[in-house]
Structures are given as structure tokens and as C-alpha cells.
Write a protein that binds this ligand. Sequence first.
Ligand SMILES: *[C@@H]1O[C@H](CO)[C@@H](O)[C@H](O)[C@H]1NC(C)=O
Ligand SMILES: *[C@@H]1O[C@H](CO)[C@@H](O)[C@H](O)[C@H]1NC(C)=O
Ligand SMILES: *[C@@H]1O[C@H](CO)[C@@H](O)[C@H](O)[C@H]1NC(C)=O
Ligand SMILES: *[C@@H]1O[C@H](CO)[C@@H](O)[C@H](O)[C@H]1NC(C)=O
Ligand SMILES: *[C@@H]1O[C@H](CO)[C@@H](O)[C@H](O)[C@H]1NC(C)=O
Ligand SMILES: *[C@@H]1O[C@H](CO)[C@@H](O)[C@H](O)[C@H]1NC(C)=O
Ligand SMILES: *[C@@H]1O[C@H](CO)[C@@H](O)[C@H](O)[C@H]1NC(C)=O
Ligand SMILES: *[C@@H]1O[C@H](CO)[C@@H](O)[C@H](O)[C@H]1NC(C)=O
Ligand SMILES: *[C@@H]1O[C@H](CO)[C@@H](O)[C@H](O)[C@H]1NC(C)=O
Ligand SMILES: *[C@@H]1O[C@H](CO)[C@@H](O)[C@H](O)[C@H]1NC(C)=O
Ligand SMILES: *[C@@H]1O[C@H](CO)[C@@H](O)[C@H](O)[C@H]1NC(C)=O
Ligand SMILES: *[C@@H]1O[C@H](CO)[C@@H](O)[C@H](O)[C@H]1NC(C)=O
Length: 761
Amino acid sequence: MACRKVLVIVLIFFLQSLPLLVSVEAISTASLPLTNTTEAKVRCIESERNGLLRVELSLTDPSDHLASWIGKECCIWKGVSCDVQTGNFIRLDLKDTSGNCYQKKMGYLISDISTCLGGKISPALLDLKHLEYLDLGEMTSKDLPLPLSWVLLKNYNILTSPIHLSLYLDLSYVNLSSATHWLQSFNKLPSLVTLSLQNCDLRYIPYSFPNWNMTSLSYLYLSRNNFVNSVLPKWLSNATTLETLDIAINNIEGPISNVEWGKLCDLQDLYLTQNKLNGDISRLVEGLSSCSNTTLEFLGLAGNRLTGQFPNSLGHLKNLRMISISFNQISGTIPTSIEQLSRLEILDFGQNQLKGALPETIFNLTELTQLFLATNNWEGNLSQNDFARLHQLKFLAISCGERFSVNLSSEWILPFSLTYFEIRKCALGSKLPTWLKTQKQLRIIILSNGSISDPIPPWLWTMCSQLQFLDLSDNEIGGNLPSEGVVVDLSSNSFHGLLPLWPNVTHLNLANNLFAGSIPINIGHVMTKLQVIDLSGNTFTGSIPFSITRVKQLMRLDLSDNHLSGKIPDWWADLQQLHVIDLSENNLSGGIPPSLCSPPSLFWLRLSRNNVFGELPKSLSNCKSLLTLDIGENKISGIIPEWFGESLLSLQKLSMTDNMIGGHIPPQLCQIFGLQILDLSHNNLTEGNKDDIVNLIDLSFNNLHDEIPNEITGLSALMTLNLSWNQLSGRIPEDIGSMKQLETLDLSSNHLFGSIPLSMT
Ligand SMILES: *[C@@H]1O[C@H](CO)[C@@H](O)[C@H](O)[C@H]1NC(C)=O
Ligand SMILES: *[C@@H]1O[C@H](CO)[C@@H](O)[C@H](O)[C@H]1NC(C)=O
Ligand SMILES: *[C@@H]1O[C@H](CO)[C@@H](O)[C@H](O)[C@H]1NC(C)=O
Ligand SMILES: *[C@@H]1O[C@H](CO)[C@@H](O)[C@H](O)[C@H]1NC(C)=O
Ligand SMILES: *[C@@H]1O[C@H](CO)[C@@H](O)[C@H](O)[C@H]1NC(C)=O
Ligand SMILES: *[C@@H]1O[C@H](CO)[C@@H](O)[C@H](O)[C@H]1NC(C)=O
Ligand SMILES: *[C@@H]1O[C@H](CO)[C@@H](O)[C@H](O)[C@H]1NC(C)=O
Ligand SMILES: *[C@@H]1O[C@H](CO)[C@@H](O)[C@H](O)[C@H]1NC(C)=O
Ligand SMILES: *[C@@H]1O[C@H](CO)[C@@H](O)[C@H](O)[C@H]1NC(C)=O
Ligand SMILES: *[C@@H]1O[C@H](CO)[C@@H](O)[C@H](O)[C@H]1NC(C)=O
Ligand SMILES: *[C@@H]1O[C@H](CO)[C@@H](O)[C@H](O)[C@H]1NC(C)=O
Ligand SMILES: *[C@@H]1O[C@H](CO)[C@@H](O)[C@H](O)[C@H]1NC(C)=O
């Protein structure tokens, strides 16, 4: 599952980078950077140069981005452009094109050291009266003064001057979290063509806005903000000049029909990806397709809660190049009118409730490069012949179901060269399809639950250097993984020499197969780029290889449900990126090692069902980000120390069941406000006068939401369960009656509905 998530993000990220390219090209200002060689006399106006130097003074510049800001000719300074005729300073672009700051914001950069420009923006900028283009890039400094950005907008005479017809304003990454009237402020700039406020931590977006003034606005980017309790704003219906609207990756709720889409007939790019929008998709499609001359090319709706069916008018959106609706609840069939979308390059319909036969016409959309159809309720049978015309295809994702099968002959000669191939739940025969080996561009293989039982064929090892993502989970593949220095004879085909592991793979998921033997001792030496290792649900033996410490980017290590033995290693300090460690259901022994909590973002830690012994080490208090801690079914002794509840404050789920922990439950445990599951049963705890079982869970007056987890009914010894005054919704779990000891149950003041489960009687 986690693998799939990562992929989707990659995809969405890719899609989102498209409009940015478009907009950069669309910007045309009358400025040209002057070069030192062509310009004999100094153009820069001295007062403006002094103003710029004052701006520079208040900036912090750890990696010398502004090294060129010296000398008299300010017009050739980095990021500065002057008017060719007058020499006036008109454009300031402090974007960091090296990408370092950007990566930092995306959360990928390891080091905490920022190379971004920071500091303050000096009021001196307000004196630079001819400025018409301002891009503050990724300035992220905590002390970047918000009011000044505001002053900048409010007082900048030049920005409000109607002379400047095309104003480009990019304040992305500037923290505008306390701005509530931001729309009013920008509304004073009728010449604004591009407004980019991405990743600004904006919290508020008004629902209606009576005096829309930005009649030139073509490009509006609001992605990656933090709009809380906000719905899709109605005023967008008045923004009729928009060509690009990007509100992706926010928390925007409410019906998609809040906007009268039929008024936005200039739209080319519409990105509403990754929000919480609901309502009927047909309202959107019918609106957009009612434009007499539709220009829409990119439609991104993935990752919302949209329902309804595609109307036949989908076929009117003749210019569509991308339609992405994955991860919604869209039902019905694909209208045959889809054949009219002859420019379509990306069709992303995965993870919905679409049904019926795939129209044959889909396979006549010969421009398709990406086709995502997995996880729907399709019917019918596909064969390799259906794909014969899709010569451009690079990404293909498909999954079978009860009434939908895909029969790909092992002799298939693919008419395309894939980069990404995902196929789930399709009976593929016992072998990995041999035609995969002809795919020289293939980087990502997800071939899950396909009843494959033969060992990994030699050619998959020889494809090693090109592969970046390999998921063969939920098959019946047996055999060993090769170890350094071992020549493995894979009988059938003749492959001689060392079998290399896959050096460029970042995600390796071989979960739930029949792999045996030891985990290759050199895995970390060869597969240095790994971010995810999931070998769970196999029969691996031996110890956990030390070489894993070489995989510095490792985020997830899941070795659960194997036969691993030896001590739990104590080298976790080397793996600072780890988020998930799951070593449960093995035969590991020893104490909980001191370094286990060194990775600062660790949120999931399971060691349950091993032979771990000893006391809870003080070092566990470093696990500050932990949401789930499961050390149940071991031989842990000692007591629950007081620091435990004082340090692990993020915990939502805590299980120490079936150990030998004694003493009483420290009251500090109640400081973990978010705790939802607490299982201390089967220990030697002396809480009150009860024997060995926790008997009270009091989580009242919290902010628990969603449904009451069914697991809670497994706490059969619970005598008091108090979940009152929360935001719980849904029904009372059916099995609640199995909590035989329950004497007090308080679920009042929630949003529960339905009847009292029969089991309670
Ligand atoms: C401009 O060119 C002169 C001579 O070619 C050189 O000495 C000077 O450093 C250059 N100035 C800048 C700012 O690059
Ligand atoms: C923006 O600033 C506010 C207030 O200073 C702060 O709480 C918030 O965390 C900042 N947002 C980001 C994304 O840094
Ligand atoms: C619209 O723009 C004009 C010109 O900049 C400005 O004077 C006016 O206040 C703006 N109207 C609103 C409602 O912001
Ligand atoms: C759209 O603009 C009109 C006219 O300016 C205004 O009356 C109306 O309130 C605006 N709609 C919304 C939803 O803000
Ligand atoms: C439709 O739009 C295209 C491009 O946007 C334009 O060239 C063409 O003139 C428009 N046609 C009509 C009938 O408006
Ligand atoms: C697909 O296109 C081919 C060639 O243009 C045509 O012969 C065939 O009828 C089309 N199939 C469908 C289902 O439209
Ligand atoms: C799909 O193939 C199966 C046999 O493989 C067959 O029983 C079924 O009728 C076929 N379904 C359709 C819609 O052709
Ligand atoms: C799959 O297609 C082949 C012909 O390409 C056929 O022989 C075989 O019976 C089909 N299998 C199923 C399960 O329909
Ligand atoms: C594998 O697919 C079958 C249906 O083909 C399904 O019943 C089963 O749950 C799947 N297994 C996993 C682990 O997804
Ligand atoms: C894979 O890794 C090797 C080094 O092990 C490198 O030379 C090669 O360029 C990489 N290939 C790809 C496709 O990234
Ligand atoms: C578990 O490991 C211990 C040694 O630590 C060994 O004696 C025992 O046989 C192992 N159990 C299994 C089921 O492998
Ligand atoms: C349980 O705790 C009591 C003291 O409260 C102690 O005497 C006993 O040995 C403990 N039992 C185990 C199995 O640790």
C-alpha cells in the first residue's frame, strides 16, 4: 500500500509540474538581461542600485546566491533586470533555480542546513518604483516579516498602476499564515496576470467575494496551502479570465458544484487534485463542456471524494490531453463519447467504482502515454490485441477482478516501450512474463498477486541497473536471493556469474511470497538507493544484515513475519530517514537496543511476537514522533517508567500485551492525549486491586473522530470504557457485547448513530 501511495505522489507531482512550465513560457515582459560584454556604459540608475543594496543587506544568503551583486552595473546582477530603454530596474527574481530550497520544502532534503535566501525584505524595496515583476522565490526564513509583504502589496504604487498591464507576482513559500484578507489585497491589482501563492500556509479562503477586480488574471496558483474548514469558493465563477487554476493539495471540502464551471471557458489547466471535494462529477464536466469553444487540456481531480458518473458530454472536451480522476468514488460506465478525445495523452481512472466493459474506443486513443485503470469494477476480458494501437504508451496500470480478466500471451510482442507497468490480481501463469525483458525503458514493475510461483528468472537480475521500483508482493515466488560471492544456478536458463542485486532500486517489495534463505548479507552495499525494504511474510532466516546501515535514505524497513533470529541490531543511528520499523513476528532476541529511537521521524515501531527481553530502556523516550508502538508478546520485564507517558506524547496506539511488566500504570500515561488503543493486558500490572489486566480506558473529552475502531472490542477484560465527549461517528461496533467484563460504557456526546448492537444484550 505504501508503495502505491508513493507512486501516486510521484505521478501527481509530475502532472503538477506541467502547468508551471506553461506559465513560465507565458510570461513576457519587456525586459532583457544586459550583459557585461555588450554594454559599455552603465545603465543602472544609482538610486535604484542603492535601494537594491539595502534590500540585500537585510537578506541572509548562506550560499552566496547574490555574489554578483557588486559593482555599479546593477542591471547585470543575478535576478535583476532593467528596462532596455530607460535602464529602470523593473524585475526582481530571487528564485533559487538550483532546486535545493524546493527540495527542502518537499521534505526530501536530509540536512537541516538551508541554502535558501532568508532574512527580511527591506522596506527599501518600496522605493523601487518601476518594479513590475517580483518573485521572492522560496524565501522561507522564519523571520520573513509577513506585514512587510503586506505593506509591499498595499503601498506599492507601481503594482496598482494600470500602466503595467501584465503583472506577475510570485510569493510562493512566503509564510502568509496569518493573512485573512489576502484576496482583498490582491484584488487591488487589476493588472495581475499571474498570481502564485503556493505553499504559503494560507489558512483562509473566502466563500464569496462580491467585487472581483482581477480582470486580467489568467494564472492562479494556490496549491499546497492549508485552508482549514474551507469549501470550494463560489467567487471562482467570477474569475472568468482564468486559464490556469491550481488549488491542488489543500484541505478544501464541499461540493464541486460551488463553482459555475460553464463560466470558466478559458480554462486550459484545472488542478483540484488532493482535496476533500465531494459532489457529482457530472456537474463539473457538464459545466466545462457547455463552453462553445472549450480549451481545457489538463483536468486533475485525483484524490478527492467525488461521486456520480461521467456524462456523455465528456466527449465535448476535445482538447483534453490529461484527465486524472483516480482515488475518487466515481461510478457508472465510461461513455463511448470518450473516443472524441483524440488528443488524450494521460487517462487516469484508477481507484474508483467504474464498471462495465472498457469501451473499445479507449484503445483507439493513439496519443495515450499513460493509462491507469487499476482497482475498479470492470467487466470483460482484455487481451494483448486490445493494446495494439497504443504505440506511445509508457505507463500502464491495470488490475483484474471477479468479472474482469487480462490475458496477455507469453509471446506478446509489445507495441510500446513501457516505463511503468503495474498489474494486480491478474492470473499471469506461473512465470514472470518473459516479454518484460524486452522492455528496455522499464523502471517500475508492480506485479502483485499474480499467482507467480517460479523463482525470479535470471533475466530479471540482468535488468538490474534500469529498475528503480520492484513490487512482486503477494505471489508464491520461492527461492533464495543471491548473496555476494555465491554463484547461483537457476537451472532452466543458463546464467553464470554473480547475480547482482538491483543497484538502482529504491523500493523493493517482495512481501508475502515464499522466499527463503538469508537476506543477502551485502544488500546495503549493492542496493544503496533503497528507501523501502519490504520482505515481510516470507521465510527468511538468519540475522538482519549489518550492511543495511549503508542505505542512508531508508524510510521503511519491514521484515515482519519471517524466521529471523539473532539480536535486534543496535545501529539505527545510521538510518536517520527511517519512518517505519517493523520486525514483528520473528525470533529476534536481546533487549530493546538503545539506538532504536534515533531516527527523528520514526512513527511506526513494531517488535511484537519475538523474544525481546529486558526492561524498557530510557532511550525509548527519544521516540517523540511515534504514533504506533507495539512490543507485545515478548518477555519484557520491569515497570512502565514515569518518563514513558511524559515523552511518547504522539502515541495513538500502544500495545505491550503479553509481557512480564509489573508495577502500576503510571498516571503520566494519561498525558498521551491522542492515545486511541491501549493494550497492557496479560502483564503483571497491579493497577487497583485487579489481577493482571488493564481494565480502564478513559479517553473522554478528546477529539477522537471517525468510527470507533473495532479492535477495541478485543480488549475483553475492559471494565470501564469512557469515550464520551469526542467526535466519534458511525455505528457502535457490533461486537461490543464480547467485552464481557464491561461494567461502565459511556459513549455519550458523540455523533454515533444506529441501533444498540444485539450483542450487548
Ligand atoms: C565586466 O567586464 C570587465 C572586463 O571585461 C570585467 O573586468 C568586470 O569584472 C566585469 N564585471 C562584471 C560585474 O562581471
Ligand atoms: C507560518 O508562521 C506561523 C506563525 O508564525 C507558524 O505557526 C507556522 O508554522 C508557519 N508555517 C510554516 C509552513 O512554516
Ligand atoms: C479595483 O481596482 C482599482 C484600481 O486599482 C482600485 O482602485 C479599487 O479599489 C479596486 N476595487 C476593489 C473592490 O478592491
Ligand atoms: C460575482 O460578481 C458579481 C458582480 O460583481 C457579484 O454580484 C457576485 O456577488 C459575485 N459572486 C460571488 C459568488 O462572489
Ligand atoms: C476557439 O479557440 C481557439 C484557441 O483558443 C481560437 O483560435 C479560435 O478562434 C476559437 N474559435 C471560436 C469559434 O471562438
Ligand atoms: C479504431 O480505429 C480503427 C482505425 O482507424 C478503426 O478501423 C476501428 O473501427 C476503430 N475502432 C473503434 C472501436 O472505434
Ligand atoms: C471472459 O472469459 C471467461 C473465460 O476466460 C468467460 O467465461 C467469460 O464469459 C468472458 N467474459 C466476457 C465478457 O467475454
Ligand atoms: C488466453 O489467450 C490465449 C490465446 O492468446 C488462449 O489460448 C487462452 O485460452 C486464453 N486464456 C484464457 C484464460 O482465456
Ligand atoms: C489476491 O487476489 C485474490 C483475487 O484474485 C484476492 O481474493 C486476494 O485477496 C488477493 N490477495 C491479496 C493479498 O491482495
Ligand atoms: C544504475 O546504476 C548504475 C551504477 O550502479 C549506473 O551506472 C546507471 O547509470 C544507473 N542506471 C539508471 C538507469 O539509473
Ligand atoms: C529462536 O531462537 C532461539 C535462539 O535465540 C532458538 O533456540 C530457537 O530454536 C529459535 N526458534 C525458532 C522457532 O526458530
Ligand atoms: C509479578 O509481580 C509480583 C509482585 O507484584 C512478583 O512477586 C512476581 O514475581 C511477578 N511475576 C512475574 C511473572 O514477574
